[in-house]
Write a protein that binds this ligand. Structure first.
Ligand SMILES: *Cc1c(COP(=O)(O)O)cnc(C)c1O
Length: 356
């Protein structure tokens, strides 16, 4: 590691939860990483301290104008006790693309990854070992400068917190029900859809609540202009198997470039499965469903890796996909990625990074 950070250990360690029954994002570990930015020193004073509340000036501009970004990745423990991260430099690169879009200062990629490694090393006993479990890592940056006014802030905090997690969906790889949203939109061309920032989520809650009330777990978002082309799913990218082709929407500026998405595309190519990044309209999808060509649909993201979709509702019409069961492509992608992450499968893609 290029960077080292001072560690203040907690005097009041928490109780590690049982692997069984772990939910997503409800339990946090004993320590967190904190680092500040100002114009004079740049990013400085990175340190690991006991987990706890932080003090923030009420005028801190993240609270008023939303200058905030976040990331998400995971650490895993292999059967022989090694601790590893999955493609953390992809998160570092995406952080800087998000930062650039939100006028947050750039952060050195090695500094970003070394901070994660240092914190995970301190907390490695918190990595759960049950099937489908892992340690979720949440890096985030927010503007702390106290002022009212719309401009780039001059002071920021970068923090990392960790949460031992179970499968993202309580029912594991059980197919979910999805609602095709044709009133609200998530992101428009030229907006912040390809940046990982809190604002994108705040604006999506309303549509999500309406979908939940109707009995659907997730939303399939369409493009903002025509409500015609498929974009992505709540907090995940969307994949379809149409005939013998795996299809996902191209990164057109309003879609979040998922690292799981990238991994699935790479794995398909490696395994000789036909895969295309191409625009697909909801009408084409419906047509493929009607003529029996729509074999599978699944969501991809760090939290669940792969989550099959069993039912899709569009303008009152229900499509039942693959008999409401997980399909072979989704299953193979999950098995391969989770296998590589946990060391059960040899890392033939060179994706894991050890925490030493
Ligand atoms: C984080 C996120 C994804 C998935 O990205 P991964 O890197 O695969 O976890 C997809 N869509 C949105 C909106 C996201 O915020």
């Amino acid at each position: 590691m290029k960077h080292e950070f001072p560690v203040t250990l907690t005097t009041n360690p928490g109780t590690k939860p049982e692997s069984k029954g772990l939910r997503f994002g409800t339990v946090f570990t004993d320590h967190m990483f904190v680092m500040e930015y100002n114009e004079e020193k740049g990013w400085h004073d990175g340190r690991i301290v006991p987990y706890g509340p932080i003090e923030l000036d009420p005028a801190a501009c993240c609270l008023h104008y939303g200058q905030e970004m976040f990331e998400g990745l995971k650490a895993y423990k292999t059967a022989d006790g090694r601790v590893q991260l999955f493609r953390p430099y992809m998160n570092a690169k995406r952080t800087n693309r998000t930062n650039d879009r939100l006028c947050i200062p750039e952060i050195d990629e090695d500094l970003f990854v070394d901070a994660i490694k240092a914190l995970v090393k301190v907390e490695q006993d918190w990595i759960p070992s049950g099937e489908g479990t892992s340690l979720y890592i949440r890096p985030f940056i927010f503007a702390t400068e106290p002022f009212l006014g719309v401009r780039r802030a001059t002071e920021y905090k970068f923090m990392i917190i960790l949460s031992p997690v179970g499968p993202y969906f309580v029912n594991g790889l059980q197919p979910t029900k999805m609602y095709v949203e044709d009133v609200y939109t998530r992101a428009a061309k030229g907006g912040t859809g390809e940046a990982k920032c809190a604002g994108n989520y705040g604006g999506s809650l309303k549509a999500q609540e309406i979908a939940h009330e109707k009995g659907f777990e997730q939303i399939l978002w369409l493009d903002a202009k025509e409500h015609k082309y498929i974009e992505e799913i709540g907090s995940a990218n969307a994949f379809f198997v149409i005939g013998d082709e795996v299809v996902t929407s191209p990164l057109n500026g309003s879609i979040l470039p998922g690292i799981t998405r990238d991994s699935i595309i790479a794995l398909c190519k490696e395994k000789g499965i036909k895969v295309s990044e191409r625009q697909i309209s909801i009408d084409d999808l419906e047509a493929a469903y009607r003529n029996g060509e729509l074999k599978e649909m699944f969501a991809s993201g760090t939290a669940a890796i792969v989550s099959p979709v069993g039912e899709l509702l569009y303008k009152g019409e229900k499509m039942v996909i693959n008999n409401n069961e997980i399909g072979p492509v989704a299953q193979e992608m999950y098995n391969t990625i989770y296998g590589i992450q946990t060391g059960k499968i040899e890392d033939f893609m060179n994706w894991t990074v050890p925490v030493e």
